[in-house]
Design a protein around this ligand. Sequence first.
Ligand SMILES: [Zn+2]
Length: 130
Amino acid sequence: MNCPLCNAQNEDIIFENTLFRIILVDEIPGYIRVITQKHIKEFSELNDNEAIELTLAIKKIEKTMLKFLNPDKINIASLGNMVPHLHIHIIPRYKNDPWWPNATFCEKLRNFQYPPFDKEKYKKEIKSCF
Ligand SMILES: [Zn+2]
């Protein structure tokens, strides 16, 4: 199968188990992506226990993100139009970030200096939730 998420390389994996892996995405400071280990297209293809586990993982990540990065908002998105393998984007948002108030998948409106953060400490903090 020619799926970039099934054949992922060079991911910055923070944590993984049999259901999902959590990676840090460098495109935006603090940006996290949660990717299911199996190739499924839609959230409803998870069984109930898996859906609960994944949802709670997202909640933990969001909480850590709020505490650690202090963003104005967190965006959680599952699109998969381009890559139909279930993955959830968890994105810290700041008023005046390059896309605000639009989604980060839209065109950039401006430049923005992201607040500095300790990447390794952040990863450790997220990992400690699991
Ligand atoms: Zn896949």
